[in-house]
Each structure stands twice: as C-alpha cells, then as structure tokens.
Design a protein around this ligand. Structure first.
Ligand SMILES: Nc1ncnc2c1ncn2[C@@H]1O[C@H](COP(=O)(O)OP(=O)(O)OP(=O)(O)O)[C@@H](O)[C@H]1O
Ligand SMILES: [Mg+2]
Length: 271
C-alpha cells in the first residue's frame, strides 16, 4: 500500500527518473531549447549548457534529442561515464552513433570514416548533432583539441557537425584546456535553479501529469519546499515524494509546512 490511492494519483509524480512525459517546459528550459535549436539549425558548431547538480541538464539533453526529427537531423546522445575515457573510445562511439558502417580500430582511419559520414549526412541535407552529457568528466587537453579538429570541418553553410556539451560548472575549466576551443563556443546556456513561483508550477505540473489536479500542497508547504530545495528540481522531487508518503501515513489530505519540515529534517536538508 502506498500513497497513490489515497491522493488519487495514477502514478508516482516525483520519481527522479528522467521521463519526458513529466517534462516541465519552464521558461528557462524553453528558452534553452530554442537557442540550442537555433545553434544547430545555423550550424554554429559548439553550444554549451552548464548547470549545477540536479538542475535539469540530462532532462534537457533528452528533450533536445526527442525534438530533433530523423528527417532533418542525424542526432546522437553520448553520456560520458567516467573520467578516463580515451579519445579512441569517444570517437568510436561517436562514429557508431552517426552511422559509420565499418568502424576502424586505427584512429586516423576512424577520423577519415567520420569525415566521410559527415559529408554524406550533409549531402542528404541533414544536420549532424552530437549531444554529450557529463562532459566535465573529459578532463583532457588532447580530447578538447580533437573536438576542435572536428569543429574545423566546414561546408559553405557552416560546421559539418554540431556539438552540444552538457556539464557541471567544472566544464568551464575543461574547455579552458584548449583556449581556441573555448573561443568556438557559439552559444552558452546556464541552467539556474527554479524561482519560488517556478517551484509551485513544477509541483502542480507533476501532480497533474500523475492524475491529481487538486491542490495537495498548501502555499506555505510550497514555500518550505522552495526553501529546503533551493529550487533544484531533483531535491524538489525527493522532498515531495517523501512528503506524500508521510502525509498518507498520518492520513493528512493536504501537505502542510509541518510535514515538509519533518521530511526535510529526515532527509538531512535542515540547516
Ligand atoms: N524540466 C524538467 N521537467 C521535469 N522534470 C525535471 C525537469 N528538470 C529536472 N527535472 C527533474 O529533476 C531531476 C534531475 O534532473 P536531471 O537529471 O536532468 O539533472 P542534471 O542537471 O542532469 O543532474 P546531474 O548534475 O546530477 O547529472 C530529474 O530526474 C527530473 O525528474
Ligand atoms: Mg545529469
């Protein structure tokens, strides 16, 4: 038994899994999407999205990928999984995702194949897009220089490949490893935490998608959630999920500020 039935919800509204059905198109994310789309459509080459932990970078990257239809874009999303990936690994992944058929083990050949494939994509009138998440992990001058090499490939219309790097604020230092690459950043987006008003809209939105349009969270509860989460969506989710559970256990039809305070203390967010 959990809180779903009690609050007439069809599913859990505050799961921390990135799920596009729950995507909340706040002004910030909407603007970011527009700018990134513009950067790609005008073949600007390199765009960067920087945000703190839990601010919504991966969510934005997934949304972006969804929006790039196959007819006009050859798009891929690469996630850097640890800090010691080699440039060979990266370029191989990159080649496979872009649809290179025979991926060579030899780096020079591999780069040649990527180059050929990028030409094909451009000849088909499509734009090649590589979205990369957790790029702050690529703490390597060599890799940054190689990205620059790829960004030097141009047609009369602009860059042959568009990169969008998503990462934590440390990404700035990583880009600084290669100053000419840093200079090539055509669009830079910063994802900030939500305002209190956004926090309220976000909570309403997620509750509504999950099937509940009643106001379960009181206004003062929302203010408290904002205070404890600092407007970071992942923390808002965790607080709200715990609050609904707590509210259900104590049979509270609405969630008030005392529940939020209890939950925040339990989660170690107090102070
Ligand atoms: N625009 C949004 N719409 C709906 N949910 C969102 C949105 N932004 C963030 N979230 C929620 O917040 C959680 C954290 O977001 P996300 O994983 O995108 O952050 P992140 O910036 O990639 O974090 P990290 O730095 O830890 O990788 C997600 O699981 C999602 O539930
Ligand atoms: Mg992420």
């Amino acid at each position: 038994m959990d809180y779903l039935e009690y609050y007439t919800l069809e599913e859990h509204p505050f799961s921390n899994v990135v799920d596009s059905r729950f995507y909340f198109n706040n002004t910030q994310h909407a603007e970011a999407l527009m700018k990134l789309k513009y950067a790609i459509d005008t073949r600007k080459g390199l765009a960067v999205v920087i945000g703190n932990i839990g601010a919504g970078k991966t969510t934005l990257a997934r949304k972006m990928l969804e929006e790039l239809d196959e007819e006009h874009y050859e798009a891929a999303l690469l996630v850097i999984i640890h800090s010691s990936v080699s440039s060979e690994w990266l370029f191989k992944k990159f080649a496979i995702q872009l649809g290179v058929r025979n991926v060579s083990d030899n780096k020079i050949e591999l780069l040649g194949e990527i180059y050929k494939r990028l030409h094909e994509i451009n000849d088909e009138g499509k734009r090649a897009v590589v979205l990369m998440d957790e790029v702050q992990m690529l703490n390597s001058r060599e890799i940054m220089e190689e990205f620059r090499g790829l960004l030097n490939m141009e047609t009369a219309d602009g860059k042959m490949v568009n990169f969008v790097f998503f990462g934590l604020p440390d990404l700035e230092q990583v880009l600084s490893l290669d100053e000419p690459l840093k200079q090539r950043v055509a669009i830079r987006i910063r994802l900030n935490a939500y305002s209190e008003e956004n926090t309220l809209d976000y909570i309403r939105h997620r509750m509504s998608v999950a099937g509940c349009d009643r106001e379960i969270f009181t206004d003062s509860a929302v203010s408290m959630i904002y205070k404890y989460s600092n407007g970071i969506p992942r923390l808002i989710n965790t607080i709200c999920d715990n609050a609904l559970l707590e509210g259900f256990l104590f049979k509270n039809p609405t969630i008030d500020e005392s529940i939020i305070r209890t939950v925040a203390i339990d989660l170690g967010l107090e102070g």
